[in-house]
Design a protein. Structure first.
Length: 359
């Protein structure tokens, strides 16, 4: 497990989570459309000496995987954000869930001024392809000036991915297709096939970065043209920045479907990254992040939330509104679940000792 030196120091001087977190507040936030199979997003907010942070692993993640998300919360609660290399704001892409085509204009309208849009595809694998192409056509009509990205969340087999990439390439220009297959070796084979076939479809890796023991294997195998990086699953801003630097590939910082509190940490990561000529050639002068997902929530923990304005997000920490925390507080059973999950992840990270954070 990758732990930044700064976070390791915090853990070495903290025996139990309640010594660091003065408040632990699980919440349940309704969404405007089903996204990643969810209509309500549960997450856990924590407050430490540096401010509010978020612990938001999805319910299906086991303790070792969820523990990385806790490292991110420890970092943001205990430490200041790293120094930004860009001032004021970061660009974002629109995110279009796997909604019917007639709903695309309403979702797209929540993202005025964006210059890139990511479309979720393959909700039922290759069986969704026809609906995906119809949705993509609707997105191109709704946001005609935005570069288009697609995200399959690893849903295809290699054979299905070849069929899908061929059809997607015919639909018009694509900035990239994200995680068309789940396995990193298959991703490398698919990218090689696309080059040989002459398909102008760059491949991006997401799950192959954040859900594996070696996030640099994508780079060593030549499995992707772009990496999609999320601060929470990689253990925080500093850990994620080190992965990006070591990978040496153009990077897009994205959301893990957090509230505005967690999105602020993602924006801090994006603003901390140096720009590169390789990224500019593929993604434009400044890669649009996938951090505009507060627009997918019907309610948030801050007012105003960290929603896109003019195609960008402002930088800076977000402090939750107490009335909103109360209004969206998880019930007693779910609050107990999140507290117990946080404590189990803490035990996993530290090995039960405040002096020995795990490698």
């Amino acid at each position: 497990m990758l732990i930044s030196p700064e976070v390791r120091t915090v853990l070495a001087h903290t025996a139990r989570p309640h010594e660091l977190f003065e408040r632990i507040v699980p919440v349940a936030l309704p969404m405007v459309a089903r996204f990643r199979g969810l209509t309500v997003r549960e997450t856990c907010l924590v407050k430490g000496p540096a401010g509010w942070a978020e612990f938001a692993p999805f319910a299906e993640y086991d303790v070792p995987e969820a523990a990385r998300w806790l490292l991110s919360a420890v970092e943001s609660a205990a430490l200041p954000y790293p120094r930004p290399l860009r001032d004021h704001s970061v660009d974002i892409n629109a995110t279009i869930p796997a909604v019917p085509a007639h709903r695309v204009p309403a979702v797209a309208a929540r993202y005025p001024g964006v210059r890139a849009v990511k479309v979720k595809i393959a909700e039922q694998g290759i069986a969704s392809l026809e609906d995906d192409l119809i949705r993509i056509a609707a997105v191109r009509r709704a946001l005609p000036d935005a570069a288009l990205r697609c995200d399959a969340n690893g849903a295809y087999t290699v054979a299905e991915a070849k069929t899908a990439l061929t059809a997607l390439a015919r639909s018009g220009p694509l900035q990239y297709v994200e995680q068309p297959v789940a396995d990193v070796e298959d991703l490398a084979r698919l990218r090689e096939w696309a080059v040989i076939a002459g398909l102008d479809v760059p491949i991006a890796a997401d799950e192959s970065i954040r859900k594996v023991s070696d996030p640099l294997r994508v780079a060593s195998l030549g499995a992707a043209d772009v990496i999609v990086v999320k601060a929470q699953p990689l253990g925080g801003i500093r850990a994620a920045a080190s992965v990006i630097e070591a990978a040496g590939l153009p990077a897009v910082v994205s959301s893990a479907l957090e509230s505005s509190v967690g999105l602020a940490a993602g924006a801090a990561l994006a603003a901390h990254l140096p720009l590169s000529r390789a990224a500019e050639g593929l993604l434009g002068p400044e890669p649009a992040t996938g951090l505009g997902t507060a627009a997918l929530f019907a309610a948030d923990v801050a007012e105003p939330g960290l929603r896109p304005r003019g195609g960008s997000l402002p930088l800076g920490r977000v402090t939750p509104d107490e009335d909103l925390l109360a209004a969206h507080a998880a019930g007693p059973e779910r609050a107990r679940y999140w507290t117990e999950r946080l404590e189990a992840c803490w035990e996993h990270i530290t090995g039960g000792s405040h002096t020995g954070a795990a490698e």
